[in-house]
Design a protein around this ligand. Structure first.
Ligand code: PEP
Ligand code: MG
Length: 877
């Protein structure tokens, strides 16, 4: 019989797959002897079985549930029917990977018309008992029967207004009793059945609702965004209730063991007195800083400090802890690795190494690669900021970043406008999980309520999105679509700028500037580089990009696309003259001009690279890309080149191809026009020889693109070598250079052994290799890849993440063949996939030497390769 339920003391932290993150950690904390209310966990397997079998609970589950409840009653001495020792529980979802606020929670389960009276008598607090009951009625109605929250909230708010109660806490017991009675009527009106009075029935329905919530829209969107598989299911945790809402000596809160925004090694958290469950994160009441708990309940504060330090050391990571205080007794309800900003992630990882809690390898595993991308986010330009005028200054810096956009007031509007190409800022009193898609579509999120752990703050930090919460000096009216600030009003569509690092909001658009990297970042990247086996080079050709790439840790240049240098106006004229020439002499004349430009380009590139390897790829694209398209341009070019309009049109037509990407491009250009690559070779070698005379010893590596036969490569290699020898003789000087090929066609992969005998290096051009292996046009695949992903035909876009089964196998075979024949051959990857985290994990298992990607992806790629190395690295035979 499959065991579907585990008591907390049967589990431990390594059982996350089965018990979910929350369940496994509750069990672990119990093992550590921490104050955790007792309970048990229904496994993710039970959820998967339920969803697979037409929403039917597995056969033995109910028996197991009854047995567990009995054992639970024995341990706690409490039951759902006891007068004196009444059992009430919370029911909470918990998947293996945490999905904050994405699924559902029910508190105070077990209360009914009879039990609420028992609770009131036992605690001698009618107000408290009816407050618990009205919360259960609300949560249960919403989660289990999908009754809209407004059906309860509107009445609740109206009731408060009618009786002039400012806060929820002002409503007396009788009032809450009246509200409960009304809430029970809501059930009858909305779903035509009463609120179930039997606790076991409540429990079963709640369990089913949590299982079902795994498949709700917002959970699906969250999983999509965070690449969490859809088939791992959620566990359900049933836990004895403790009450943060049982008076002023009680409360509930959330704390991080370190600051999740800055990474400072200081407890950071918020709490509310006389409050329950989601009150803190829902952002409805603004919570207090955990520091003030020191004055209100010093011994509880001290105990919490000790528990939080113990958890952090035990889990070797910053923890996000939920706690409840019931009559000055501390209880821990959850611990998990805390979501943090990229800046904090690096700071915390470095500090934990310095404190001796983590090794460098463990620290490298503690930072997500996407955090590195976030760190390179821009900030507002300091000078531009001085000119800008503030709208609000009291907001909390919930998630850093600098963003400008037009105001929108709903998630739907954010989505619509974003699809129309607008940059928008979502402004809400507070956000809720339903807003997730609108948050994704926005540049930044601003709320008037809520603290640093509100839904908006937590979700935005996870997404790396700029966010400011708690702007209490603004009044956001989502119905009239206006924001009131002290002296005026903003409306939908007005442009504002948001500083997520400071919490400030400005009028209009403020200019941004590049991010500064901290000392901790440099330290962290050094560790990553030390651990990484694969080198990371960059794909770059402009001086600015090359300098950035080297600052980000590149070890060389893996791809200079020389065609990018032909688009300056003077160069384009000569290139067109070359293409449109009808004799070799005229072509050479045009190329002589271009050579001068190219020599200057290469001199600059090679100077910046110095002794680091630099791969220069000879011309690759189809020639028609350089020709004029519009009639106006054609007329201008005809004039420039001194040919008639008709002649030009005829030339252009003669160059037209049906499938240019499969046509006259790559090495095929030089097979027909050898002088093209000869000119580029001369420019490379002449600039390198000049630099050598200046004491700069560079290492040019000449790369021939789109090869698919050995002869293509050897013919061109011989021509190039011959010309280089002549140049060396003429200069009385020589230098070290390499000649290699791109591997971009399936045929090149299949004959890699033969090619390797001739080549000094290989570089996989995975853009073309993916295009040619699938037969998907890299320029048009966007039209259908989305449908392929939706229908499960492909897991991901193969142009963004390597298709391991197909393209990956070609890369593997080619690498193995090449290294077997030529063990010293250098092999790299320079397509887009060279900067993709998942693809790098695979490349690192092969005998590949480096990956190459755009400069801004270099640091992330370095961390990816370090992580892959820590996880086991290359499978050596
Ligand atoms: C490739 O095909 O992967 C490549 C790097 O070359 P390009 O993208 O310039 O065709
Ligand atoms: Mg290519």
């Amino acid at each position: 019989m499959t065991k579907y339920i585990y008591a907390f003391d049967e589990g431990q932290k390594s059982m996350k797959d089965l018990l979910g993150g929350k369940g496994a950690n509750l069990a672990e904390m119990k093992r550590l002897g921490l104050p955790v209310p007792d309970g048990f966990t229904l496994t993710t397997e039970a959820c998967i079985a339920y969803l697979k079998h037409d929403l039917k609970l597995p056969e033995t589950l109910m028996d197991q549930l009854e047995t567990q409840l009995e054992a639970f009653s024995q341990r706690t001495g409490k039951s759902f029917s006891s007068n004196e020792q009444l059992l009430l529980v919370s029911v909470r979802s918990g998947a293996k990977i945490s999905m904050p606020g994405m699924m559902d929670t029910i508190l105070n389960l077990g209360l009914n018309d009879e039990n609420v009276e028992k609770l009131a008598k036992k605690t001698n607090d009618f107000r408290f008992a009816y407050d618990c009951y009205r919360r259960l009625l609300q949560m249960f109605g919403q989660v289990v029967y999908n009754i809209p929250m407004t059906s309860f909230d509107t009445y609740f708010e109206e009731y408060k207004q009618q009786h002039s109660y400012q806060n929820d806490a002002d409503i007396p017991a009788e009032g809450l009793q009246e509200i409960c009675n009304h809430f029970k009527e809501v059930y009858l009106n909305e779903v035509y059945k009463p609120f179930p009075q039997k606790p076991l029935e409540q429990l079963t329905e709640a369990i089913e609702a949590v299982f079902k919530s795994w498949d709700n829209d917002r959970a699906r969107v969250y999983r999509q965004l965070n690449e969490i598989p859809h088939d791992i299911g959620t566990a359900v945790n049933i836990q004895e209730m403790v009450f943060g809402n049982s008076g002023d000596r009680s409360g509930t809160g959330v704390a991080f063991t370190r600051n999740p925004v800055t990474g400072d090694a200081k407890l950071f958290g918020e709490y509310l007195l006389n409050a329950q469950g989601e009150d803190v994160v829902a952002g409805i009441r603004t919570p207090k800083d955990i520091e003030t708990l020191k004055d209100q309940m010093p011994h509880v504060h001290q105990q919490f400090l000790e528990v939080s330090q113990r958890l952090e050391t035990h889990y070797k990571d910053m923890q996000d802890i939920e706690f409840t205080i019931e009559n000055e007794q501390l209880y821990i309800l959850q611990t998990r690795s805390g979501k943090r900003t990229a800046h904090a992630a690096i700071q915390i990882a470095v500090d934990l190494v310095e404190e001796g809690i983590l090794t460098q390898s463990e620290a490298v595993m503690n930072v997500e690669v996407k955090s590195i991308d976030q760190l390179l986010h821009p900030n507002f330009d300091t000078q531009a900021l001085q000119q800008a005028s503030l709208i609000s200054k009291v907001g909390l810096p919930a998630s850093p970043g600098a963003a400008s956009g037009k105001i929108v007031f709903s998630a739907e509007e954010a989505k619509i406008q974003n699809e129309q190409g607008e940059r928008v800022i979502l402004m809400r009193p507070e956000t809720s999980p339903e807003d997730i898609e609108g948050m994704i579509a926005s540049e930044a999120i601003v709320t008037t309520h809520g603290g640093m752990t509100s839904h908006a703050a937590v979700v935005a930090r996870g997404m790396g999105k700029c966010c400011v919460t708690g702007c209490s000096d603004l009044e956001i009216n989502v119905v009239d679509k206006v924001v009131k600030y002290d002296t005026g009003t903003l409306k939908e569509g007005d442009m504002i700028s948001v500083d997520g690092a400071k919490g400030d909001i400005y009028f209009g658009e403020v200019a941004t500037m590049k991010a500064e990297r901290s000392h901790a970042f440099e330290q962290f990247m050094k560790w990553s580089k030390d651990i990484a086996r694969l080198d990371v080079r960059m794909n770059a050709e402009t001086p600015q990009d090359i300098q950035s790439g080297y600052q980000f840790g590149a070890t060389g240049i893996g791809l200079v696309r020389t065609e990018h240098m032909f688009f300056g106006p003077e160069r384009l004229v000569e290139m067109r003259r070359f293409i449109l020439s009808d004799t070799r002499e005229k072509r050479i004349e045009a190329l002589n001009q271009i050579r001068q430009y190219q020599t200057e380009d290469f001199e600059e590139i090679l100077r910046l690279s110095g002794s680091r390897p630099t791969i220069i790829r000879l011309l690759d694209p189809p020639l028609h890309e350089f020709l004029p398209k519009s009639e106006e341009d054609k007329a201008a070019v005809a004039k420039q080149l001194n040919v008639s309009g008709r002649t030009l049109t005829q030339y252009i037509e003669s160059l037209e191809e049906v499938n240019p990407m499969l046509g006259h491009r790559g090495c095929r250009l030089a097979i027909t026009y050898p002088e093209l690559y000869i000119m580029q070779t001369e420019a490379i070698i002449k600039s390198a020889l000049y630099l050598k005379s200046q004491g700069i010893h560079c290492q040019p590596e000449i790369m021939i693109p789109l090869v698919s036969t050995v002869s293509e490569f050897t013919i061109l290699k011989n021509q190039i070598n011959e010309r280089i020898e002549t140049l060396f003789e003429a200069h009385g000087e020589s230098l070290h250079y390499l000649i290699g090929t791109m591997i971009e066609t399936p045929r090149a992969c299949l004959i890699a052994g033969d090619l390797a005998q001739e080549c000094d290096f290989f570089s996989f051009g995975t853009n073309d290799l993916t295009q040619l292996t699938f037969g998907f046009s890299r320029d048009d695949a966007g039209k259908f890849i989305g449908a392929y992903a939706e229908q499960g035909i492909l897991d991901t876009d193969p142009f963004q993440t390597l298709d391991q089964h197909g393209v990956g196998q070609l890369v593997k075979t080619a690498t193995e063949q090449a290294k077997a024949i030529n063990p010293t051959i250098k092999i790299g990857v320079c397509g887009e996939l060279g900067g993709d985290h998942k693809s790098i994990q695979y490349f690192n298992t092969l005998d590949i030497d480096y990956v190459s990607c755009s400069p801004f992806r270099v640091s992330g790629a370095l961390l990816s390769t370090a992580q892959s190395e820590v996880k086991g690295g290359r499978l050596r035979v």
